[in-house]
Design a protein around this ligand. Sequence first.
Ligand SMILES: Cc1ncc(COP(=O)(O)O)c(C=O)c1O
Ligand SMILES: N[C@@H](CCOP(=O)(O)O)C(=O)O
Length: 404
Amino acid sequence: MYRLVCVHCDAAYAPDQIIYTCERCGHLLAVCYDIDTLTIERDVWNRRPLSVWRYRELLPVRGEPVTLQEGGTPLYHLKRLGEEMGLAELYAKHEGMNPTGSFKDRGMTVGVSMALELGKTSVACASTGNTSASLAAYAAKGGIPAVVLLPAGKVAVGKVAQALMHGGRVISVRGNFDRALEMVHELCISHGLYLLNSVNPFRLEGQKTIGFEVIDQLHGVVPDRMVLPVGNAGNISAVHKGLQELIALGFIDRLPMMTGIQAAGSAPVVNAIEQNLPELIPEANPETVATAIRIGAPVNAEKALTAIRQTGGIAASVTDDEILMMQRDLARKEGIGVEPASAASVAGVRKLVESGIIDRDERIVCVVTGHLLKDPETVVKQCEPPIEIDADLQSLLSALHLHS
Ligand SMILES: Cc1ncc(COP(=O)(O)O)c(C=O)c1O
Ligand SMILES: N[C@@H](CCOP(=O)(O)O)C(=O)O
């Protein structure tokens, strides 16, 4: 059993009410389980495949889910990069290995399943790219239409391609993501489409399973720190919520220090933490090469600030150059291909270790959120082009600087 509860004033709403913000105070809602009434056995979870649906007792969906087999992503030990930074236990949870190449799939399997359970016949979102790619795919699987609003000219080509190919109705808005989100919210309220951005409390339930999987992949050990790139701030909030539920169940006894990394040109959460502000001041003109996190007014900021502060975590920013350098390092030293926003988490660790804020004996899990192929243009710009040669062995040997 669960209710929807306001994260600010605790007002409660029925689970089948289609509502995204509190009627009393306007803040976001969260799914709140009556943990004492749940029967969850860890052994039962452990016998199921590692996936979002391993944890179905702690998810709101009651019927058969709309699934593309999301979750169960690898947790890599970053031995080379860890050694360079002096960290023996540095890990990356590669969310780019989900069906559409980002962590959004964990949310959409739950969100689209709930849309159908609630009798909705169309879905919508605003997106910097990944949410739209994922929503279009899961709506296709669920057999309902999806409308997606993208900031014009600011979405990586792989993500636009996915949204189009999966049959999304793609609208390019001359404005930034924050404005597109306001517009789609209004559209959903006025015309009854189901909103599947991270203001949707059900979608974030799916995303919390990242934290569950990390604990299972570390054989029950809680990492000292979890580091996530922060855009709309839904993911860091969701992982924190999930881990709090594991504490309530008695499955773990402490929380990792929740650590959020933003791009320097788009860092309102970092500013709020650094200046100890009670709430965030939006950034009017966010800018970064990491277009996925080019967000100036993160809607989940209240929860993210709480997650960071309550766990003794931190927020830090990294420059575009630091992000791209880490994208190359992950690709070339670890064989892990991620998009720029994802590299921000590991770049943030490097910076925080160098500045002495992160201790070298910490066990650290970075969430790398999306796949390299999402943004091929940014990749190609950083690399030497292929060497074109005539089709003979001599040309090949000379291109490779080898003697004949
Ligand atoms: C690849 C990628 N990384 C990180 C983020 C940030 O996640 P959140 O908006 O939940 O903070 C997003 C989307 O916002 C994303 O697409
Ligand atoms: N990076 C996101 C931005 C939208 O965030 P959401 O979590 O509110 O959907 C995207 O991929 O669009």
